[in-house]
Every structure is written in structure tokens, then in C-alpha cells.
Design a protein around this ligand. Structure first.
Ligand code: PHE
Length: 451
């Protein structure tokens, strides 16, 4: 479909859409359990280091590539590298990673939607301890009909928004859901902190246990920074491709990164005080919010309503992320094969649904089917979040810092951000040329046990 490329209706529209992509299950489901398992505040400190030294400069670089060329990841790299096959493949890796992430991410998004329904039905009322909640979770997630039905429903919701387009779909949905999400989190944080015994949870989040830090922890923090910022696979590049040249990329990037980090930390304050107040264990791993949280609400006055609010919040956070993932692959197909957006969105949605089935089945029947010792779900999560995203990040940094080159890239960045020069520009170029690639590489190798 040729025709003019859509553009965001407003600056805040872009910031909310990109922050919507960034804020997701990564913030509310993954970040708190990683903090719980890896030394509390010590992990938060590592995470902040990764976000500031690597995340922010690469966010700027990724949006910059997209806005400069106004194309999908493959088309953008092709144009800027003048057809160099290696860089085209880097764009392709991004699109492929988008496929993979969406396929398993949507399964968990589906669970959150399912939990909204279960909360309304009152399924958690009579559960007294985490074991009972764990059993309920297992009995639900181990039913292929349940898991696949919500996996499918969530994909349909995602497709509907992408079908509607950039401004009428993504931008409008983000403008409604992001403020709602922020409001709901604040309500839940206040509710949690007011509980008796919540102070231990707050102290836990503020107390740093640096003895828990290893090379692997660093890799987890970096992988989480990439995952949480939707970085390294072309989501921000794609959103940036709808951005006007009059807008300030640096300003937008700082806002996106700040919102994402703020919401991840708020999510910690929403979950841990309540978990501690109920005398439960913080280091529960991935099942924290599905096993522990539902029963935490049982002992909270008004818990029935707060539980529903929590899972609605989780579903909305997931939805603003799944749409960005589907958008990456949709624009890729639309741009490269000149097909109609609406048809492409539906076909790709169906395709990703199928690709997600092995991940969904990892919890209901295929637990013992493993690839390199991991279930399908864990394998796809590991290679995409911990390998492909950091790898994509290194390539984006090297591309902008060295191949395209700061001298050529900077004038594009300064369009709409004229004051980004002198010391700030120098700082960014040092981070993008040296600090980001070296840090990513070191952390990557040490996490894989190579150094
Ligand atoms: N950033 C999203 C989250 O934290 C996940 C995501 C990753 C979305 C990559 C898009 C691209 O949940």
C-alpha cells in the first residue's frame, strides 16, 4: 500500500505510545520477581546503571534511525547502509525477535485477562495460602482450553487496535490506557503501603544486598533493561518512523525511559509491601503475581475490588506492549511487500497465535518437552530477551556510532532538538560508541559464562 505514511497526532501521543510499549509485563510481572530473587535494592541499582549508561543512549539511537528513514527496521537499515546485507540482516533479526517475543508474551497477557475473569467470578475468595493459589494457577494454566482461549482473545484485542491504524488505533488506545494505568498503580501502592507490616516490604526494597550480585545478575539486569525498554528489536525504531522531524527525540526518549523506570519501581512498591504485610516470601520467581498476589488481596479490606483492578491494570499494560510488537512485524510486511495493513494485521495475528501454542503448552502437557534443557516457553524467552535483544542493542549502537557515524547521525538528531550539542552531544557519542557496546558485550559474555 503506497500512500503517505501515518504520523503521530501529537508529541504526547508518541510518548504515551512508546512508554506504553515499554511499560508492560516486564515492569509489573518480571521486574518485581527479579528484584525479589536477586538481592532487592542491589538489583535495582544495577538496573539503573544499565538503563542510564546503555538504555537511554540506545533508545535515542533507535528512535533516530526510524525517524530519519521513516521505514520498518529492515527498510531503515537497508536505506542507511546503502543495501549492506549484514545490516539488513540486523533489521531482520529485530523483526524475527518481535515475532518470538509476541508469541510467548501474549500467553502471559492471556493469563492476566483470564485472571480478570476469575477475579470477577470470585475464584480466589476461599484460598488460604500460596499453595492453594498455586494449585488454582496450575489447574487453570494446565487446561489447554483455558490458556489457548485467552491467548487467542488477547491476540484478537491486539489485532483490532493494529487494524485501526497508528493514530486511530495505537495512539488513541495508549492515550486512554496509560493514564488509567498510572492512576490504578498509585491506588494500589497507597493501599499496599497502608497495610500493617508493610514497612518490611518497603525496607526490603530499599536495602541493598550486594553479596547477591554476580556476572549473571548483571546479565539479568541488562536483559531486563532491554526487555523493559522494548529495546534492540525495532519497536522504538518503528514508532520513531511515525514521528515528525519537528519533534525532539532526546526529550521524548528521556520521558519514555523515566516513565518506564518509574513504573517498574512503583510496581515493586505495589507488590512487596503487601506481600510482606501478609508474611509471605518475596523470592517466588515468575509465579509471584499469579500465585501470591491473588491471595494477598484476601486479607485486604476491599480486596475483591482491588484484585480486579490489579489484573485489569496488568492486562492493559500488556496490551500497550503487544500492539507495539505486532506493529513492528505488520509495518515490515506492509512496507516491504506493499500489502494492505488491515489484512496483514489479521494474518500475522493468526500466525503469531499459532507460534505461541508451544509456549502455552509448556504449562499444559508439554512440560517435559525441552530445548537445551528449557521448556519451549523458557527457551523462547531466554533466546529473545537475553540473547537477541542485547545483540540487537550492540548492533544498533555500532551502527549509529561507527557505520552511519556520529557526524552524519547528529544533524538528524538535532532536527527538533537544536540545543542538543556541545557537551551533551559528546556524552551521547561516547556512550553510544564505546560504553554501550563494550558494556553490553562484557555483560553478555560473562552471563553466558564465557568470561
Ligand atoms: N517492554 C515490554 C515490557 O516490559 C515488552 C516488550 C519488549 C515490548 C520488546 C515490545 C518489544 O513488558
Amino acid at each position: 500500500m503506497d500512500g503517505k505514511r501515518e504520523q503521530w497526532g501529537s508529541r504526547i501521543g508518541f510518548i504515551l505510545a512508546a512508554a506504553g510499549s515499554a511499560v508492560g509485563l516486564g515492569n509489573i510481572w518480571k521486574f518485581p520477581y527479579l528484584v525479589g530473587e536477586n538481592g532487592g535494592a542491589a538489583f535495582i541499582v544495577l538496573y539503573l546503571i544499565c538503563v542510564i549508561l546503555v538504555g537511554l543512549p540506545v533508545v535515542i539511537a533507535e528512535i533516530l534511525i526510524g525517524r530519519t528513514v521513516q521505514k520498518n527496521p529492515v527498510g531503515s537499515f537497508r536505506e542507511l547502509s546503502k543495501g549492506n546485507p549484514f545490516w539488513i540482516a540486523v533489521g531482520g533479526l529485530g523483526v524475527f525477535t518481535g515475532f518470538l517475543i509476541l508469541s510467548y508474551y501474549n500467553v502471559i497477557a492471556g493469563w492476566s485477562l483470564g485472571y480478570v475473569i476469575e477475579s470477577i467470578k470470585g475464584s480466589f475468595h476461599k484460598l488460604e495460602n500460596p499453595e492453594a493459589a498455586g494449585q488454582l494457577f496450575e489447574s487453570l494454566s494446565s487446561k489447554p482450553q483455558w490458556t489457548l482461549m485467552f491467548h487467542g482473545l488477547f491476540m484478537i484485542m491486539t489485532v483490532i487496535i493494529i487494524y485501526a491504524g497508528v493514530t486511530k488505533g495505537i495512539e488513541r488506545a495508549s492515550k486512554i490506557m496509560m493514564p488509567a494505568l498510572l492512576g490504578l498503580i498509585i491506588v494500589l501502592v497507597i493501599r499496599g503501603i497502608m497495610l500493617k507490616g508493610a514497612g518490611d516490604g518497603v525496607r526490603y526494597l530499599l536495602k541493598a544486598d550486594f553479596s547477591a550480585i554476580t556476572g549473571k545478575t548483571f546479565m539479568l539486569a541488562l536483559g531486563q533493561a532491554f526487555f523493559s525498554l522494548s529495546l534492540g528489536m525495532g519497536a522504538l525504531l518503528t514508532y520513531g518512523s511515525y514521528m515528525s522531524k519537528k519533534e525532539n527525540i532526546v526529550y521524548s526518549a528521556v520521558n519514555i525511559v523515566a516513565l518506564d523506570t518509574f513504573i517498574a519501581i512503583l510496581a515493586g512498591f505495589m507488590i512487596f509491601p503487601a506481600v510482606f504485610a501478609m508474611g509471605l516470601e518475596p523470592a517466588q520467581g515468575p509465579s509471584l503475581i499469579f500465585n501470591i498476589l491473588p491471595i494477598v488481596f484476601n486479607s485486604i479490606p476491599g480486596g475483591y475490588v482491588f484484585r480486579i483492578i490489579f489484573f485489569i491494570l496488568l492486562s492493559m499494560a500488556a496490551l500497550t506492549s503487544t500492539i507495539s510488537l505486532l506493529e513492528v512485524i505488520t509495518t515490515f510486511v506492509v512496507d516491504e511487500f506493499h500489502l494492505k495493513r488491515k489484512t496483514v494485521a489479521i494474518v500475522l495475528g493468526g500466525f503469531v497465535f499459532l507460534l505461541g501454542i508451544p509456549s502455552a503448552m509448556s504449562f499444559c502437557g508439554w512440560e517435559n518437552f525441552t530445548i537445551f534443557g528449557r521448556t519451549c516457553f523458557n527457551f523462547v524467552d531466554f533466546i529473545s530477551a537475553n540473547i537477541f535483544l542485547p545483540l540487537g542493542g550492540i548492533f544498533i549502537a555500532l551502527f549509529v556510532g561507527w557505520f552511519w557515524g556520529i557526524r552524519k547521525a547528529l544533524p538528524h538528531l538535532q532536527q527538533g532538538a537544536a540545543s542538543f550539542s556541545g557537551f551533551l552531544a559528546l556524552l551521547w557519542s561516547i556512550l553510544i560508541r564505546f560504553v554501550a557496546p563494550i558494556l553490553i558485550l562484557l555483560i553478555f559474555l560473562s552471563g553466558l559464562g564465557i568470561i
